[in-house]
Design a protein around this ligand. Structure first.
Ligand code: SF4
Length: 373
């Protein structure tokens, strides 16, 4: 999927209005936007009708138009009423992801219509794919993915362990630690067969399954009789690719380990489920697991971010390194519609986020579009 020349010209103009300064940043942002905005698509007239997630240039441009509307009238953005009395693992994780993202999400009611995006879809999928569901069916399913995933020793260990806490749902108990000022609810706490307690946090990431190529490619390979060999090659390649575990997710698990005192937690697992769609159904095609404990290296990492985070809350301001802005990350960031820091024009970030900084910049409207818009 690509932008049409008119879509591209209009999208470039919108980003200049929002404050982007260089063609390189604009280009990278738009390319990433294509990867992160999509719509669920079903074409019953297709030769091989199948429902699929399709990335969409129109969805990307629509998102920019919504953002422009929001930034035209920042005074209308509703503020969050609640004050921060405790900190949570999620807040610390978001701060380590980007201080501006933390500040925005705890200043505004960020309920902008983001469309049927991967984040939203991922959240909905939690219920059908999450570990607790897999645990229920682990003895009975014949699904080849799950049987493969369960051969991973860590996943097998989790499935065999006794569930002592599940953190989903509105009724989930919140753990608190008055000494550290922490409050939070992990996804799970289990007790393993040796009696040790451990915490688990699971994340869902939409990622194209190389074993699930487009219908056109499948047809071609079926026709040439190469489908089975190609699929085997794809699977072998796919299994070799290692996981990269994001620092903010690692910090979230460490925050649970460091602050939950109700159970003697000895270690934690961060579990990544990569999912795709086939025939309208979501399925997981790769699982990655990282084991963590509070050793000296992890404690240093945790304390480093906790100190910075607490100072930011106290002072309400910290320097913002414009050189560290990665516009590709910004294009996929859930707080991006509110954010001015992605433009690289701000050398400090404040908490609460300053409405006064949210604005549009002058930019020339492309002459080639004057007739159409
Ligand atoms: S858009 Fe970029 S700079 Fe802004 S909050 Fe998100 S990651 Fe941070």
């Amino acid at each position: 999927m690509k932008y049409t020349p008119r879509q591209l010209s209009y999208a470039q103009y919108l980003l200049r209005r929002m404050g982007f300064q260089t063609p390189k940043d604009i280009d990278q942002y738009l390319q990433q936007l294509l990867q992160s905005k999509g719509r669920y698509h079903f074409n019953p007239k297709a030769k091989n009708p199948f429902k699929a997630w399709q990335f969409s240039a129109k969805a990307g441009v629509d998102a920019l138009v919504s953002e422009m509307e929001l930034k035209k009238a920042p005074a209308n953005i509703p503020l969050l009423r609640s004050q921060l009395s405790h900190f949570t693992a999620t807040q610390l994780a978001r701060y380590s992801f980007c201080p501006a993202a933390f500040s925005i999400s705890h200043t505004f009611e960020t309920n902008i219509e983001t469309g049927d995006g991967p984040m939203t879809m991922g959240e909905q999928l939690h219920e059908s794919l999450r570990l607790s569901r897999q645990k229920q069916k682990s003895g009975t399913t014949t699904d080849p993915f799950y049987r493969r995933a369960w051969q991973n020793p860590a996943i097998a260990k989790i499935l065999r362990a006794e569930t002592v806490y599940t953190g989903h749902g509105v009724d989930a108990h919140l753990f608190s630690n008055e000494k550290t000022g922490f409050v939070g609810s992990p996804d799970y706490i289990f007790r393993d067969r040796e009696g040790a307690y451990f915490v688990v946090e699971e994340k869902f990431i939409q990622y194209r399954d190389p074993m699930n190529p487009s219908a056109a490619k499948l047809n071609k390979e079926e026709w040439a009789g190469t489908l089975a060999t190609k699929n085997q090659e794809r699977q072998q390649e796919w299994e070799k690719i290692p996981f990269y575990f994001f620092k903010n997710h690692l910090l979230q698990v460490l925050a649970y380990l460091a602050n939950i005192g109700d159970y003697p937690l000895q270690y934690g697992y961060l579990v990544y489920w990569l999912y795709d769609f086939k025939d309208g159904e979501a399925y997981v095609h790769k699982a990655g697991v990282k084991k963590l404990s509070i050793d000296s290296k992890n404690l240093e990492l945790y304390n480093h971010y906790l100190d910075r985070f607490q100072q930011f809350l106290q002072r309400g301001v910290e320097p913002f390194d414009v050189e560290s802005v990665n516009v590709k990350k910004c294009a996929a960031c859930s707080q991006s519609p509110y954010c001015m820091h992605k433009t690289k024009r701000f050398e400090e970030v404040r908490f609460p986020y300053r409405k006064e900084d949210i604005r549009l910049y002058p930019a020339e409207f492309p002459g080639s579009l004057r007739q159409q818009f």
